[in-house]
Each structure stands twice: as structure tokens, then as C-alpha cells.
Design a protein around this ligand. Sequence first.
Ligand code: ATP
Length: 236
Amino acid sequence: MAMLEFDNVEVYYGKVQALRGLSLHVDEGEIVALLGNNGAGKTTTLSTASALVKASSGHLTFNGSDISRANPWDVVSAGLIHVPEGRRIFSTLSVLENLQLGGYLVKDRSLVAARIEHVFELLPLLFERRTQQGGTLSGGEQQMLAIGRGLIAGPKMLMLDEPSMGLAPLIVNQVMDVIKEIRAQGTTVLLVEQNARAALRVTDRAYVIESGVTTVEGQAADLLNDPRIIDAYLGA
Ligand code: ATP
């Protein structure tokens, strides 16, 4: 069954139409990537799922519940967590404090503490740097912190917006390996990436978004050999 489903969703920013009847689904346990060029509507898709922007028509469901008119905190409480583009680390707070903020909607503080322990096991570099200010971490470390902070909310599905942005290839691979491990531990992942090659290495399935609709959908292994993808997104 689809965990997240978009059915013919339209989104406007004023007069600018960003999504033009977009449909997609992410099944439980999958890693799905959204590929596409600048301005195609990838970020808007994630922001619509997390209720930061509202669909003007169409339907969205998460775990069988209609979230088309939900509030952002309802979506977070339902377990759909968005790690935004550009990391948004609190630069003057420590790594530990940044992680604690990821649990702001979790009432049970012992649960937050247990999840932080778990994130430190998954990402030992965050444990080593737990007292360091977020703003002094490297780009890759900040991305790991943003992902770790997302995990503190206890996601059923984690949505990651361009986690590879601005990172060296070796670090991109480390981030992708962490994403694979998160799925192996039971969290479904929806990944937005301009780095199609890195994304298709770890995803099961992907969609291409162009001008607010999905134009191609397929298994990652097939897309890596699809001339449309090779020409437009994988380079020579
Ligand atoms: P990028 O990779 O550059 O972030 P994207 O695929 O994520 O691109 P979106 O950010 O979703 O694309 O943008 C989709 C369209 O909506 C673009 O034409 C963009 O200019 C427009 N848009 C996005 N945010 C706003 C906004 N706050 N106000 C007006 N237009 C917006």
C-alpha cells in the first residue's frame, strides 16, 4: 500500500503554478527519488506533503489519512518528517542542542534521549562533536546533523531535500550510505536530488519532475540505462 500518495495535485504561488496535476506514490519501505532541473517543482512537492504550502486541488494521503488540509504539526505528528534544503542548522547551538530541537513535538523526554543515543550510534561523528557549535561543522557534518535531527522526531517517512548539495563526491557517498542504513532500520525515504547519479545508486524507484508534473517513472536500475535519463540527467 502507498504510504504517501499525491493524486493530481495542483499548487500555486500567487499566479505562478508550481504543480500542475502531479501524481506519485511512495510505498512503505521504499527509497524513492524525485529528479529534475531547477524550478521543476521538487521542493514544492515536499513542502506540499509537509503542509507548508497548500494544494489548490487534488488529494494527498499519508498512511491512509487525507492530509490535503492538515497543518504542518499534524503531519510531523503523523510521522512524515521533512529535512529541508540548505540544512537549516542552528549555528550557535551545539550539535546536541540541535538534535534536542528535533524532538520539540515529542512529549516523552526519555524517548527523545533514547532517539539521540540511537542517532549517535548511527552517526558517531555527531557524538564526537556533540558539544561543538553547529555552525562550525563541515558541510557534510551539517548534513548528517540535519538528517539526525529529522530522526529525533521518530519518522515513518523521511523526506530529504538535496542532501548532496555542495558536498564533495566522497561525502555524497557517505550521505547516501546513511540514507540506505536509515531505510534498512525501517524508515521509508523520499529523496529530492539534482545529483541523479548519486540518487539512483541508492533508490529503488524514481520520478522525473518537469514543469510541475511527473514525466518519467521507473526502477532505478532501469533509469540508469534509459536514454532520456542519461541525456538529460546523467551527463556523458
Ligand atoms: P530547485 O532545485 O531549484 O529548488 P525545484 O524543482 O525544487 O527547484 P521548486 O522550488 O519547487 O522547484 O519551484 C517550482 C516553481 O515554483 C518554480 O517556478 C519557482 O520559481 C516557483 N516558486 C517556488 N517557490 C516560490 C515562492 N515562494 N513564490 C513564488 N514562486 C515560487
